[in-house]
Ligand binder design. Structure first.
Ligand SMILES: Nc1ncnc2c1ncn2[C@@H]1O[C@H](COP(=O)(O)OP(=O)(O)OP(=O)(O)O)[C@@H](O)[C@H]1O
Ligand SMILES: [Mg+2]
Length: 587
């Protein structure tokens, strides 16, 4: 990443915004949080109290040998410990609850958000990168939200309460143990910076790893057929090694924090034993006080260790939150005007006026000054060599993105003035790469019309020439298709996609190589039934096989993004241009 470092002020501002945005998610659970905080205070108080009474107990039982104190201890301590257990349970439970709840909300928002973004987002982002943020980073955030208050409030309170007790017993001694604080602050500060950076880098690599997994899983046929296994494995190993070393950088910093704290702690313990021993010999400190100090130290041990880890957790969580936040901050590239035009009715007239388009990631212009009109009810065909811009035209019609200059209109409304949902309600699409979901045949078809009845589904399947093979499947319309419809043939997949578009009975039907995988007989059957069902609707079809476009009212021949020829099949043949050349080559 070649990022220019921001000035300090700017970085601080960004950091605050980042923390603030996460805080917003926690805010609704203020009450639960307050309850957890109360139980944490309670717990800290109990821990302090236990330390406080330990000295007198030792004095009474073991030095003064008083039976009534022993009895009191046997009855009293279990009661205190039951309370301690309850408090510990309550604050751990509440914090996990809040952590899960927040993450559930974020996950929900993420899912929602990625559905609101434009296609352009998916050109830029790999799905595995998004996935790793949703799974891995969200996990880090969850753990941060859960543990930061536990470490940051419960444990700091515990240590504070212990310190309070120790100060109360003997302030000079307590002061010695405070030496630990500034030293740890400096150490943790230095380690924290390292952790955040390393954690950031390793998060990116997690995305890379899941990307490689996904690619091999999806492309397994090609991987195997081309003996690509070893190369794929080798490439994966490089990333995996890189991840290991980045992760170790983070873990080195983390692993150092705990033992360092422990070492500092034991040094102070030695100091207390030394000073305490001397003080007892000199008679300025009682044995009971001394034991309270030792007990205080051991009670503070775990909380102190957690506090040392606090920063590591926080840094990891914030680095992960930053990655999630980036996605939530993405804005759709296709902007819908605040008052979109109303198209409850659409006749189906389409007009391109001097449309120019270029993909953001490319220098070359894909569509150049493209102008044409398709009248309601007409069947228009777009033909042309591969890469000439046919699919781009189809996608522009769906307003997946907007032209750079020029305009596209439906029934005279500039698409920019229409709501995308409203527009797409009137459009049916069969994509070039058939897209099916891991669901039943029935539900794959009813994506086109969620409230469709069984009769409608059967009718659409019939029109798409899909009935025979659906009926032959073990559970018919209830058969689950598997990931990306892997259990079907290419032509079967395509027929389901056609049924999905037909059932919608759209005013505008866009067919991008919709019948390319069908045999000639099936193709003709599908075409004639589409004509029957969709009579009076506008159809824009893209086809390589020119026999499919013969009956079209208009044929647009695209060449390198420019409209090279227009006319009917006969007209274009008579013209003797590109179309005729293509046609002759095919027949
Ligand atoms: N998302 C994208 N980002 C960058 N360039 C793209 C993108 N999609 C398509 N292109 C480029 O735009 C040009 C037109 O692509 P398009 O998919 O419209 O061609 P096509 O006519 O549908 O081709 P085919 O007949 O092979 O489907 C091609 O050169 C292609 O490389
Ligand atoms: Mg295409």
């Amino acid at each position: 990443m070649s990022e220019i470092p921001l000035p300090r002020e700017e970085r601080k501002k960004q950091f605050r915004a980042l923390v603030g945005s996460l805080f917003k998610y926690v805010k609704p659970y203020k009450l639960r949080f307050a309850q957890a905080a109360v139980s944490m205070i309670f717990l800290a108080a109990i821990r302090g109290a236990v330390v406080y009474i330990l000295g007198p107990v030792i004095q009474g039982v073991f030095i003064d040998k008083k039976l009534e104190i022993l009895t009191l201890v046997i009855i009293g301590l279990p009661v205190i410990f039951v309370f301690r257990m309850a408090a510990e349970y309550i604050n751990a439970y509440l914090m996990s609850w809040i952590g899960q709840k927040v993450v559930q909300q974020i996950r929900d928002d993420l899912f929602n958000h990625i559905h609101r973004l434009s296609i352009e987002f998916y050109w830029r982002k790999r799905s595995s990168d998004v996935m790793s943020r949703v799974i891995n980073d969200l996990n880090n955030v969850q753990s941060t939200i859960q543990f930061i208050p536990l470490y940051g409030i419960r444990d700091i309170l515990t240590v504070t309460s212990l310190l309070g007790v120790l100060f109360y017993i003997n302030w000079r001694f307590a002061l010695v143990s405070l030496v630990i604080l500034p030293v740890t602050a400096v150490i943790l500060g230095i380690l924290g910076k390292k952790m955040r950076q390393a954690s950031k880098e390793s998060n990116i690599l997690v995305g890379e790893i899941s990307h490689k997994f996904q690619e091999s899983l999806q492309g397994i046929t090609v991987v195997k057929a081309f003996n690509y296994e070893d190369e794929a494995i080798r490439k994966f190993r490089v990333t995996n090694d890189k991840y290991f070393s980045r992760m170790m950088r983070y873990l080195r910093a983390t692993a150092l924090a705990g033992p360092l704290m422990e070492f500092l702690g034991s040094m102070i313990l030695v100091a207390i034993i030394y000073l305490g021993g001397k003080a007892i010999f000199a008679g300025t400190m009682t044995t009971a006080e001394f034991f309270s100090f030792i007990a205080g130290f051991f009670t503070a041990y775990m909380p102190l260790k957690n506090i040392a880890n606090l920063n590591a957790k926080l840094q990891m969580g914030l680095a992960s939150w930053e990655r999630i936040h980036q996605i939530l901050e993405e804005r759709p590239a296709v902007i819908v005007t605040s008052k979109p035009g109303n198209i409850t009715q659409l006749a189906g007239k389409i007009e391109f006026k001097n449309v120019n388009y270029k993909y953001p990631s490319r220098e070359t212009q894909v569509l150049k000054n493209l102008s044409f009109v398709i009248n309601p009810g007409e069947v228009a065909a777009i033909v042309g060599p591969s890469g000439s811009g046919k699919t781009t035209v189809i996608h522009l019609l769906l307003r997946f993105f907007d032209p750079i200059t020029g305009s596209i209109s439906a029934d005279g409304h500039d698409l920019r003035d229409l709501g995308t949902t409203d527009l797409r309600r009137h459009i049916g699409l069969v994509t070039q790469d058939t897209i099916l979901f891991d669901d039943t045949v029935f539900r794959n078809i009813t994506i086109g019309k969620p409230d469709a009845s069984m009769e409608e589904v059967v009718e659409a399947a019939k029109a798409a020439d899909a009935r025979a093979f659906i009926d032959a499947m073990p559970q018919g319309y209830e058969t689950i298709l598997g990931e990306r419809g892997i259990k079907l043939s290419g032509g079967q997949r395509q027929r389901l996609a056609i049924a999905r578009a037909i059932i919608k009975k759209p005013k505008i039907l866009l067919l991008d190589e919709a019948t390319s995988n069908l045999d000639t007989a099936s193709e003709q059957a599908v075409q004639s039934s589409i004509e029957k069902i969709l009579g009076g609707r506008t159809v824009v079809m893209v086809a390589h096989r020119l026999s499919t476009v013969r009956n079209a009212d208009k044929i647009f021949v695209l060449k390198k993004g420019e409209l090279a020829e227009t006319g009917s099949h006969q007209e274009l043949l008579a013209k003797g241009g590109i179309y005729r050349g293509l046609y002759e080559a095919q027949s």
